[in-house]
Design a protein around this ligand. Structure first.
Ligand SMILES: Cc1cc2nc3c(=O)[nH]c(=O)nc-3n(C[C@H](O)[C@H](O)[C@H](O)COP(=O)(O)OP(=O)(O)OC[C@H]3O[C@@H](n4cnc5c(N)ncnc54)[C@H](O)[C@@H]3O)c2cc1C
Length: 449
């Protein structure tokens, strides 16, 4: 435990202006010099109560809860659908949703009612997109797709007041009372000037990315009976090992040694089969390279499996994620930073917004570490996430939800899964709406679930 505390102390808080803030293993290149962009006026197209940036599991829940609580709410998402890793990333598998009340429970019920899933854990990404659209529209959330937040400005009292976006409509400014950063990578908070940490405290290395794929042509009974996955969509450790051996037998050098098949419904299977190492979430060059390599590896795996015949004889890729799955980005400095110690002690907080039941899950940080995942000797007991970890320490009027909240490397490796992201988003949305209604800042609000 002492060692973990040392980790936290040695991890400095960076800002977007820090020379190492991209933490890329491949350096950012400015070989061609710089260009000074001329100043210009940007139209303020909206002045509203709450703006949520990022429409992933956390952002959707934040926007729905904020709107349902009476705040005029806008949700800004850079892709053309809601869901983030759930949909754009084709994840297809929800972890730590059990015992989560509120929007998570509602969503699982809706998925079941729409036959969008084979078990409560896996889902059809297309139906997920539709349900999230419907839930946001019904709640009165104003959605803006294909719009990326690219800058953020504070006023003289250090309160975040304006953000700038780029979209089909060009460059636009937006004003709000409270902002919620649900961008996964903490993009809004970094742009607003918040401190953040990224990567392992000793090496700065981050967890690898994985490009998800959806497969057809697999007979459900056969992949279960031959031991490559579990029944009713549940993947098993034995199944992952058997699938890895099969991938190797087909002549592949598998970058991920616990590749997984999740059955969404008979005949439709999600595959997580690669690890892209040394990829920084804040470096577009790294992400591009990882995407190209990941797509190549997944296609090779699938084609070579098909060549094996047998259960694989008709396997084909239907789609790969439009965005490679990024496990880890910035962890924004909040009013409380969750640590490995909190996880090991099963911490309880008076301002708890969510109980996490998932253990620490660190995927190999580099190729030579084995290619699987583990706990790094941090054994978590069910623990609480306090509201303070969702409130930015350096900038007022700004909250975080999802994987960019304030926590150390090990805590993030546990709370990052989507059941928790939804619960955090829901709490952030409610607190934001309460803050608007009472003319207070989020840290002055008592959270009432
Ligand atoms: C490969 C992989 C496998 C995983 N496996 C599981 C699993 O099996 N089960 C599970 O529950 N969790 C799993 N996770 C973890 C989980 O998916 C994420 O931690 C979770 O999605 C976090 O939710 P979020 O809403 O914080 O972020 P995200 O899902 O990343 O959503 C962020 C959203 O913000 C948008 N955005 C980003 N920047 C901007 C910007 N500047 N302007 C506008 N919009 C922006 C993005 O497009 C995205 O829609 C996995 C993650 C990965 C990458």
């Amino acid at each position: 435990m002492t060692a973990r505390r040392k980790f936290l102390k040695t991890s400095a808080w960076l800002t977007a202006a820090s020379p190492m803030s991209s933490l890329s293993l491949i350096s950012n290149q400015h070989d061609a010099g710089t260009f000074q962009e001329p100043m210009r006026d940007v139209p303020i197209i909206k002045d509203t109560d709450v703006i949520v940036c990022g429409g992933g599991p956390a952002g959707v829940a934040a926007a729905i809860r904020s709107a349902r609580s009476g705040a005029k709410t806008t949700l800004i998402e850079m892709y053309g659908c809601l869901g983030g890793v759930w949909t754009v990333g084709l994840l297809s598998n929800i972890i730590d949703y059990q015992d989560k009340p509120g929007i998570m429970k509602e969503l699982v019920n809706k998925l079941n009612a729409n036959n969008a899933q084979y078990s409560a854990k896996v889902y059809d990404a297309e139906l997920m997109k539709l349900l999230l659209d419907e839930m946001c529209v019904e709640a009165g959330v104003e959605i803006r797709f294909h719009t990326r937040v690219v800058a953020a400005y504070r006023n003289k009292t250090n309160r975040l007041e304006h953000i700038i976006t780029e979209s089909f409509s060009g460059r636009e400014a937006w004003k709000a009372n409270i902002f919620i950063d649900a961008t996964g990578n903490g993009e809004l908070s970094a742009q607003a000037g918040c401190g953040f940490q990224m990567g392992h405290p000793e090496t700065g290395k981050t967890q690898p990315g994985s490009l998800m794929a959806i497969l057809t042509g697999l007979d459900q009974d056969r992949i279960v009976n031959e031991g490559f996955t579990g029944r009713r969509g549940y993947a098993t450790e034995e199944g992952k090992k058997a699938f890895w051996k099969e991938i190797k037998r087909a002549g592949n050098k598998a970058s991920y040694t616990m590749p997984t098949l999740f059955t969404i419904r008979p005949g439709l299977v999600a595959m997580m089969a690669n690890h892209q190492y040394g990829m920084s979430a804040t470096n577009a060059h790294d992400i591009t390279k990882a995407t190209i390599e990941g797509r190549k590896e997944i296609n090779q795996i699938t084609n070579r499996l098909r060549d094996l015949g047998g259960v694989w004889k008709d396997v084909r890729i239907v789609a790969t994620g439009a965005q490679i799955g990024i496990r880890e980005g910035r962890r924004i400095k909040g009013r409380y930073t969750l640590t490995a110690d909190d996880l090991m002690q099963g911490a309880r907080f008076e301002d708890a917004v969510c109980r996490v039941n998932f253990n620490v899950d660190v995927h190999s940080l580099d190729k030579k570490s084995g290619g699987a995942y583990g706990t790094h000797s941090v054994r978590a007991k069910p623990y609480d996430i306090p509201l303070r970890s969702l409130i930015a320490a350096d900038v007022d009027g700004l909250m975080m939800a999802g994987r960019c909240i304030s926590g150390d490397f090990f805590a993030h490796a546990s709370y990052r899964v989507t059941g928790n992201a939804v619960a955090m988003g829901e709490a952030a949305g409610q607190v934001a709406a309460q803050a608007v209604a009472t003319h207070k800042l989020p840290h002055e609000i008592t959270y009432l679930p």
